[in-house]
Design a protein around this ligand. Structure first.
Ligand code: ZN
Length: 223
């Protein structure tokens, strides 16, 4: 599913009259292909006027995507369970996520490596052993997201610089196997190293434009 921006805006205005959708969907969502796709999907399922539900779904998505990327998708059930809870024992977490206690503990420690969860250890008065009670640390997660954006920004800036220095001297395989700069293309005799097709010179104006937009978007988000 891929709607054009105009269709998305139309659909948003229809669903959320009075520009209310702008509170939910920033330009950020439209510029990022991955989120744009998700947005289309959400819109196709969202009922008219369900602004809060959609806002929540999108915020959750950002949170889960960030955690999946840095720690792994497998920990998401724990994050979902723990998100709005405090001081929950690992046994209770395991029980509610249908995971083995050891698996749960392992995942919690992986989250703890990033301080996305914190814990208190308390001695169980009856059994005599220590039990850890876990809490989700949203503040820390926000810091992680900012840090991640800073790193992405640096990479994008480097990429942009390279694209601008090599204006119109990129070479693309017609089968999209590969994209080479001039020196690399020369090295392969202007043929695709994967499939042997003759490479086409590529106008990278659009790439530069996209990169500039993403840099601007990230910079405004980090202010
Ligand atoms: Zn090729």
């Amino acid at each position: 599913m891929d709607w054009g921006d105009a269709t998305i805006i139309d659909r948003l205005e229809e669903g959320f009259p009075g520009m209310q959708y702008q509170k939910v969907v920033t330009k950020k969502w439209l510029k990022n292909e991955k989120y744009k796709y998700d947005l289309c999907y959400l819109l196709s399922r969202t009922k008219r006027g369900s602004l809060d539900t959609m806002k929540l779904t999108m915020t959750n998505k950002l949170i889960y995507d960030t955690i999946s990327e840095i720690i792994g998708e497998d920990v998401i059930p724990i994050v979902k369970y723990l998100r709005n809870r405090k001081n929950i024992s690992e046994f209770k977490i395991a029980e509610n996520t249908n995971l083995e206690v050891n698996t749960t503990r392992n995942m919690l420690y992986r989250l703890h490596d990033w301080n996305i969860v914190t814990y208190n250890r308390k001695k169980d008065r009856i059994k005599g052993w220590y039990i850890s009670y876990w809490t989700f640390n949203l503040k820390r997660l926000k810091q992680v997201m900012v840090q991640k954006n800073k790193e992405t920004l640096e990479k994008l800036k480097e990429k942009l610089e390279k694209e601008e220095m090599n204006k119109n001297s990129y070479f693309l395989c017609p089968n999209i196997c590969t994209r080479l700069d001039f020196d690399q293309a020369t090295e392969f005799g202007f043929k695709c190293p994967e499939c042997g097709s003759l490479l086409n010179q590529q106008d990278n104006t659009k790439t530069i434009e996209n990169l500039k937009n993403r840099v601007a978007e990230l910079e405004s988000g980090l202010k």
